[in-house]
Write a protein of this length. Structure first.
Length: 154
């Protein structure tokens, strides 16, 4: 099994697992490799170092490293932890909101003016529609949700 560091045209970094480099190339040529963030098929490999199993004398263990820092843990999460939190938030939004698609602006107004039941919704708007909603005092925020969030991850 080969693990490759990949990046899409929008700069989203992720990793992919393939049977071989040839399997990666074949899947890439058939547009089967997609960015989990934006679903782009414009993906390329980035340089990566092989995983090395070093003896404990070569690198301090996590406990030893913490002891060297005086028992203090670092507050900054890793990229992998941030990515996992982002996916968790995206899944939470998908589970707890109604997808109204391109009717988002219309439905947000109906909810705001109490013409429809209050509930969490998600969908898409143009930049102009978003500006109009904000001018009307309707709070909205952007949170890209890739299609993969609705599918089980392994």
């Amino acid at each position: 099994m080969k693990v490759f560091d990949l990046v899409c045209e929008h700069g989203h970094a992720f990793e992919g697992w393939f049977a071989s480099a040839a399997a990666f190339d074949e899947q890439l040529s058939r547009a089967l490799v997609r960015c989990p963030m934006c679903d782009s098929v414009q993906v390329r490999r980035t340089p990566s170092a092989p995983r090395l199993n070093l003896s404990s004398s070569a690198a301090p263990s996590r406990d030893e490293a913490e002891a060297q820092r005086g028992g203090q843990t670092t507050a900054m999460p890793t990229v992998a932890q941030l990515r996992a939190l982002w996916f968790e938030a995206a899944r939470h939004l998908v589970r707890n909101t109604e997808d109204v698609g391109e009717r988002f602006a219309e439905e947000a107004r109906r909810i705001h003016y109490q013409e429809a039941p209050e509930r969490g919704i998600r969908g898409v708007t143009t930049a102009a529609q978003r500006a109009e909603l904000e001018e009307e005092g309707i709070e909205v925020f952007s949170f890209p949700i890739p299609a993969i969030v609705e599918e089980p991850l392994q």
